[in-house]
Design a protein around this ligand. Structure first.
Ligand code: Q46
Ligand code: ZN
Length: 308
């Protein structure tokens, strides 16, 4: 298999793009694609201050690397969740993230949940749900709260996350199966900060396949945590990703076309904001100032107040 750019030996074949590239050309091509989508969806510019949420995984560390190589001004935010799961998941991912940042001389902010809020994510989940469910709902709520707070308080123009095409297509698949109108209205490569206390958010990798992100991390020699969070096992999003990958194997490009067709339909007026009546009913939490649809304090403050 030959590189379509230089004729050398191709190492990455992208059937959905009918494109095969050698290592050097792929490492140039991918950031160019990311740059194209940053511009297309008006995510941010080189004069903006960007905060990248990094977990120590391949997507977020590669995103940070790509933005850094492209010349954007981007700091990192790592949130220590206190998850062990027999593989010291949080400790390992923090160590790899700190190593990545120091090798490139990049600024990394670390928020350790057990230190700031008095208990780990699994403990918080055990207390609030009496151990009935996995800690993912508590974890998601906590991460969203902290990411928003650090981005907003730090005066960053935008918070970026490493969600790739597989993540976005799986979320869209789940939202469509349930006709979750509120989620479909909000799902987009950029979320504007349209409420006081809310940070602007963007997903620069939303059109890049997970497989390409893994190839990028490997070819750039980025050390990342291979293991998934131990609580990810059996999650719906993994199940949806498997289903979409089966379609992709039969029909290359199926995943991409599913997601892009949705974005195009939205550009043509489908799922306009008025489809979600809840959007207008947000107010500021009296404790933390972040927008919430709940009466009184937001769900995060209600969950953590007892610990404080
Ligand atoms: S939500 Fe759940 Fe993830 Fe938190 S507890 Fe792990 S699997 S890390 S994206
Ligand atoms: Zn609050």
């Amino acid at each position: 298999m030959k590189c379509n750019s230089c004729g050398g030996k191709a190492v990455v074949q992208m059937r959905q793009h009918k494109l095969a590239l050698c290592a050097n050309d792929f490492l140039e091509w991918l950031p160019e694609q990311v740059e194209r989508f940053i511009k297309k969806y008006k995510m941010f510019t080189r004069s903006d201050r960007v905060l990248a949420a990094v977990s120590g995984g391949k997507d977020s560390l590669s995103l940070w690397d790509i933005l850094w190589r492209l010349g954007y001004s981007v700091d990192g935010l790592y949130i220590g969740l206190g998850i062990d799961g027999g593989i010291e998941y949080s400790d390992q991912s923090q160590r790899l993230t700190e190593k990545f940042a120091s090798e490139r001389g990049l600024q990394l902010k670390v928020v350790c949940v057990p230190e700031v809020y008095g208990e780990t994510i699994p403990d918080m989940a055990r207390r609030t749900t009496r151990g009935k469910t996995k800690p993912c709902a508590v974890c998601g709520l906590t991460k969203r709260h902290i990411m928003n707070r650090i981005a907003y308080e730090g005066g960053y123009d935008v918070l970026v996350t490493g969600h790739n095409l597989d993540d976005e297509a799986a979320a869209l698949f789940g939202n469509t199966l349930n006709w979750a109108a509120g989620h479909l209205v909000r799902q987009w490569p950029v979320l504007e900060a349209n409420q006081p206390g809310l940070a602007r958010k963007a997903k620069p990798l939303c059109r890049i396949y997970e497989r390409e992100m893994a190839a990028y991390a490997m070819l750039r020699g980025i050390e990342y945590i291979y293991e998934e969070c131990p609580y990810a096992v059996g999650s719906k999003s993994i199940y949806y990703k498997e289903l979409l990958n089966r379609m992709e194997a039969d029909r290359p490009g199926a995943k991409l076309s599913f997601y892009i067709s949705f974005l195009q339909a939205k550009e043509n007026g489908l799922f306009a904001p008025h489809a979600d009546p809840k959007v207008e009913q947000l107010h500021s939490c009296p404790t933390c100032g972040q927008p919430t649809s709940a009466p009184g304090e937001c769900a995060f403050c209600r969950m953590t107040i007892k610990v404080k």
